[in-house]
Write a protein that binds this ligand. Sequence first.
Ligand code: AMP
Ligand code: ZN
Length: 114
Amino acid sequence: MEDCLFCKIIRGKVPSKKVYEDDEIYAFEDINPAAPIHILFVPKKHIESIAKIEKEDEALIGKIYSAINKIAEEKGVKDKGYRVVTNCGKDAGQTVKHLHFHLLAGTNMGEKLL
Ligand code: AMP
Ligand code: ZN
């Protein structure tokens, strides 16, 4: 999508600190980290939010979680623990309308929400 920030990041039109990439997924550091490790995982396909996931996207969503686990292991937090958050829509505070999963780790988040 032309005016989508994360589509621009995926295409390299807006700079980002890449953490992971494959044919279908791109991951990069969040510009305003809420934890010592804060990485965003996005499908390269423009999907607005989890509310817009279709049957044909189910495998892709599984692959995103596998990529998250791979990076959690690389970052040394797989055993310590980590949080995965996806905000959907206005009341959840979704600011970028391109499906993304926040990987948060590196501190004890306890009961705190994002
Ligand atoms: P959400 O509020 O769930 O839509 O999350 C959007 C996230 O994107 C926020 O955590 C922002 O800090 C992050 N963000 C916004 N612009 C950029 C950018 N140019 N590069 C990296 N992360 C960004
Ligand atoms: Zn997009």
